[in-house]
Design a protein around this ligand. Structure first.
Ligand SMILES: [Zn+2]
Length: 231
């Protein structure tokens, strides 16, 4: 039987391929592999929806090329994109009902790849770009001036590091190539950062990026952001 992969998954693959050139694809996959088929269940990797549409794709963990499956999976869950059915990564699963990670005890722990299933309806074929910070597609904050929501800010500068902790020796979990719209949920005192004649020891926590950005790179005149609590 003929089959194809849902267009939304082809879009994500194209975005990931562009963002991480030369990435490892050893654990990538779309059509059901032997392991999925022999289990005999309705794996989303089988072309079961409508005219032979596969509604799942796996993407290989390859941190050396920048693709950390936990980071991408966290950003997918954080995006709450209506095309998502569920995401599996590192022994955890999050679905479109709770958008929360819970334990996953399937036979494959999903440590070498993450799995994305999209919904089995017409939305699976919607091919607009996925809005993930790591892919350089910041969520559309609705802008238009005046209507800013507490916690929504824009970063400035290029190659801005996002770190796991508000310290300069903490691991870099993401890099903002260009000004990016971010939602800050809390802020913390940490290492002082000096740049462009300014000094600031406050750091903004951005869950969608999985870490902290020095407030010095948040485009706001105050060193301590208004309307944002302490972590
Ligand atoms: Zn899978």
């Amino acid at each position: 039987m003929s089959w194809r992969v849902a267009n939304s998954l082809e879009t994500l693959k194209a975005q990931i391929d562009t963002r991480f050139p030369g990435r490892d694809i050893a654990a990538d996959g779309s059509i059901g592999d032997a392991a999925h088929l022999t289990r005999g269940n309705a794996s989303d990797h089988n072309p079961w929806f409508g005219p032979g549409i596969v509604t799942a794709r796996d993407f290989t963990h390859d941190p050396a090329h920048g693709l950390d499956i936990q980071q991408v999976a966290d950003q997918l869950v954080g995006s709450r994109d209506p095309r998502i059915k569920y995401v599996v990564a590192n022994r955890r699963i999050a679905d479109n009902r709770s958008w929360q990670w819970g334990s996953y005890d399937g036979p494959n722990p999903h440590e070498a790849h993450f799995h994305l299933s999209v919904v089995a309806d017409s939305r699976c074929d919607e091919s607009q770009n996925w809005s993930l910070p790591i892919l350089g597609e910041a969520p559309d904050g609705g802008g238009g001036g005046g209507g800013a929501v507490d916690g929504d800010f824009v970063t400035w500068g290029t190659s801005v590091n996002v770190r796991a902790q508000p310290r300069l020796d903490a691991p870099v979990v993401a890099v903002l190539a260009a000004p990016t719209r971010v939602t800050v949920t809390c802020q913390a005192r940490g290492d002082r950062v000096d740049t462009a004649g300014h000094s600031n020891d406050a750091w903004a926590f951005v869950p969608a990026l999985g870490g902290y950005v020095s407030n010095i790179f948040i485009d706001h005149p105050d060193t301590w952001l208004p309307g944002v609590g302490e972590c």
